[in-house]
Design a protein around this ligand. Structure first.
Ligand code: URA
Length: 272
């Protein structure tokens, strides 16, 4: 049956079921009965397949900017607005006990990279490897992010800035809870203000929904420019999702190409 012969209501229903399943898949629910390749293919892709840019480029689609958080965001932590460098911000955060994640973390994972980066990546929160090492995106998903930056964008990882919505690992890699996000949000906003990148890339459902304060699935948001604290933000899929769904790397590459265009960078051809 062709797409056109499906009644419109049914097509919309199928699309919204498909979005919902994609979102559940991205959030790590196992057993989604479509798209995900077999486990052995996923494992092979995770270990053997580096990020190789796909040739297709999606057209640029621009969206309405989303309202920013105002200065009252900092009022829960008096003095935060006075921090002038990332080091001062890190000192301000200190041995943080402001939310319940502190009890189970090994290291607070603040962020790494160039304090004057043009490009900032924001993920969800540290996993086990990051908690262990105190650095964001150093596990398998981190290796893929590094590939995207270094092999895809032809930039060095140390040129960009990388951080997360929450700075401490949620136990068992569960999603951060609203009170935990609220406790950490002023720190992320200050980090954004201090780095002042040209472009932010929001990685995955959770980071993008937290940055934009929306519940829209990432499958609807990805590839569409947004705005966070006056900075253009490109939502895309999380590298951990790509490990499970390597077929969607071409969509991430399309998003990354938009980012490169916005940064005035040459887009490498696939083979060069
Ligand atoms: N996933 C994230 O969102 N952040 C990390 O630092 C690692 C994995």
């Amino acid at each position: 049956m062709s797409q056109d012969s499906i009644p419109v209501e049914r097509r919309l229903l199928l699309e919204s079921i498909s979005d919902y399943l994609a979102q559940l898949g991205e959030e790590g629910l196992e057993g989604i009965p479509f798209e995900a390749p077999p486990a052995d293919a996923r494992a092979a892709a995770a270990h053997a397949e580096p990020f190789v840019p796909a040739p297709s480029a999606a057209p640029a689609r621009h969206h309405q900017p989303v309202a920013e958080a105002g200065p009252e965001l900092f009022s829960i932590y008096p003095g935060l607005e006075k921090t002038r460098t990332l080091e001062e911000l890190r000192q301000f955060i200190g041995d943080c006990k402001r939310c319940k994640l502190a009890a189970s973390r090994t290291n607070l994972v603040f962020g790494v990279g160039n304090p004057q980066a043009e490009l900032m990546f924001v993920g969800e929160g540290p996993g086990a490897d990051e908690d262990e090492r105190g650095e964001p995106f150093v596990g398998r998903a981190g290796q893929l992010l590094t590939d995207i930056i270094e092999r895809g964008m032809r930039m060095r990882r140390r040129e960009v800035y990388i951080c997360n919505v929450v700075k401490c690992r949620p136990p068992g890699n569960r999603n951060p809870e609203p009170d935990e996000v609220a406790a950490c949000e002023p720190f992320l906003m200050r980090q954004i203000d201090l780095v002042r990148p040209k472009i932010i890339v929001g990685l995955g459902t959770f980071a993008v929904q937290s940055l934009l304060k929306v519940k829209t699935p990432i499958s609807k948001l990805r590839g569409r420019w947004q705005e966070v604290r006056g900075i253009r933000m490109m939502p895309t899929f999380h590298p951990a999702y790509l490990l499970r769904n390597p077929g969607d790397k071409r969509l991430v590459w399309a998003d990354i190409q938009e980012v490169m265009k916005a940064l005035g960078k040459e887009i490498p051809s696939r083979k060069s």
